[in-house]
Design a protein around this ligand. Structure first.
Ligand code: NAD
Length: 468
């Protein structure tokens, strides 16, 4: 069994004590991670602070060259990292699983590295020259969740490094192993202290909370639940940390009366069930017009019935287990309640271990817990509506505002409905299709700030205006 090390100041740090990371497909340990505390966090922050002056002094070209060399190294290890992701996270190697996650991570890293934030001349005339410069912030603390451990680590770390910041990352204790290994690989290229990783089991000492409160960290980028995001925001006030918060979603999809049920079934399925529904911007509530409600349900159930669920190490599996018992219990209890209120069209009863069948339930309404709460698992509620204005009001009646979608044969009509949805991203005839050249972020309780593209890169910088 492998014991993984953290990395502080470029040096591997083994744990004095370690904790088991459980493979959700088998219940067996996937490996062991060091259980760290305040001392190791202080050391990691000190290492990142010490590395900052030299790293931030690099030219743009040098930062791009070093980041590109880091990406090549990650690419060389993509197969190894995909295996670790599957063992600890549960998602299949195959399909839209861990190999796909590694492909996305490399693509995002490459795109981000290629971006630049050149000096902007705001004024240049006889009254003077005014320039807007983008400067690195300092030490960035990155806190990541368990659903896409490597992809989200890359989303945090690469823009931070590219803009001249140094980083301390803390993965979720449920999926730390791939991040520990990723950071080790990146440190083969990066100077010592530029990228550090620490980890704890979250059972005694809360390492994430300690990072959010740490006076040596200048910015936190956090991806996780809205409840934890609120705590991060409170702690960050102590030294006015800059924040990017990517939080929970309860994305709605609206199927308009003119949609073709068979044509949209595949897109609806993957919108809702990608990564077993454990995706921030997954389709989590589907509003379907009365006139095509039954046909859409039938087409979706037909498509979902043919998707194999099993151990992710098996090449025939397309969906794996739920990642952890807490999430499994949440899905099971929401579905148990929904069974009493609506009609189970597929699944609906817990399977073995952490395997939960793909579940589709119709006859539900706003106010039902499976509709109102973020299930973050393989259970999709379907709500029948009669009038488009009513559907938009129901979709917007949520504290969250991450993504949304409209499904129709008429793109222009769909765009009119889309513009009325209260969310950060809205898709037509697809859902959750994020890309590195488009800013992504939530409104309302779904977050603060954006990731990706030039706008995402800017969040890792402070503005300095030079008046000459
Ligand atoms: P979580 O909030 O429980 O944990 C996220 C991270 O925060 C973990 O690393 C955890 O150890 C750490 N943490 C725990 N307590 C902390 C504290 N007090 N202060 C600072 N950090 C602390 O979330 P999760 O269950 O790992 O992830 C699922 C949630 O993440 C879902 O709500 C999902 O929608 C959301 N998510 C959002 C996005 C997005 O981009 N908007 C992406 C993926 C996941």
């Amino acid at each position: 069994m492998t014991f993984y090390s953290a990395t502080i100041g470029g040096t591997p740090v083994a744990g004095e004590t370690n904790f088991a990371v459980i493979n959700p497909a088998t219940g067996e340990p996937a490996g062991y991670a060091p259980n760290m505390g305040a001392v190791e966090l202080d050391r990691a922050v000190a290492a990142a602070r010490a590395a900052f002056p030299e790293w931030s002094a690099h030219s743009d070209e040098d930062l791009q060259r070093i980041c590109s060399a880091v990406i090549s190294r990650i690419e060389e290890h993509a197969g190894e990292l995909a295996n670790i992701i599957t063992l600890e996270q549960g998602k299949p190697l195959n399909g839209l699983g861990s190999r796909w996650e590694m492909g996305g991570a490399v693509a995002w890293a490459g795109y981000t590295t290629g971006l630049s934030l050149p000096v902007k001349v705001l004024q240049d005339n006889e009254q003077g020259r005014v320039e807007l410069h983008r400067k690195p912030i300092g030490v960035v603390g990155s806190i990541t969740p368990w659903n896409f451990p490597v992809m989200i680590a890359i989303w945090h770390v690469m823009p931070a490094l590219r803009t001249g910041n140094t980083v301390v990352i803390k993965p979720s204790p449920l999926t730390p192993l791939s991040t520990l290994r990723l950071v080790e690989i990146m440190n083969e290229v990066l100077p010592p202290g530029v990228l550090n990783v620490v980890i704890a089991d979250d059972k005694g000492f809360n390492l994430g909370a300690a990072m959010a409160a740490h006076p040596g960290i200048d910015k936190i980028v956090f991806t996780g639940s809205s409840a934890t995001g609120q705590k991060v925001m409170q702690s960050a006030a102590s030294n006015m940390k800059r924040l990017t918060l990517e939080l929970g979603g309860n994305d709605a999809g609206i199927v308009l009366p003119d949609a073709d049920p068979k044509a949209i079934a595949e897109g609806l399925f993957w919108g809702a069930f990608i990564n077993n529904g454990q995706t921030c911007a997954a389709l989590k509530r589907l509003y379907v017009h009365d006139s095509i409600h039954d046909a859409v349900c039938e087409a979706l159930v037909d498509y979902a019935s043919n998707i194999p669920v099993g151990n992710g190490m098996d090449e025939t599996s397309i969906i794996g287990p739920v990642q952890n018992a807490m999430q499994f219990d949440k899905v099971a209890s929401l579905v148990a309640d929904a069974r009493k209120r609506g009609k189970v069209l597929l699944g609906g009863e817990p399977g073995d271990g952490l395997f939960y069948p793909l579940t589709i339930i119709s006859g539900l309404n706003n106010g039902d817990p499976l509709v109102d709460e973020e299930q973050f698992g393989p259970a999709l509620p379907i709500i029948r509506y009669f009038d488009v204005d009513e559907a938009i009001a129901l979709a917007n009646d949520s504290p969250n505002g991450l993504g949304g979608s409209v499904w129709s044969s008429d793109t222009a009509a769909a765009k009119v409905v889309a513009s009325r949805m209260a969310c950060g991203s809205v898709w037509i005839n697809k859902h959750g299709a994020i890309q590195p050249n488009a800013p992504f972020g939530g409104i309302k309780a779904s977050g603060l700030g954006v990731e990706f593209a030039e706008e995402g890169l800017q969040e890792y910088t402070n503005i300095q205006v030079v008046f000459a």
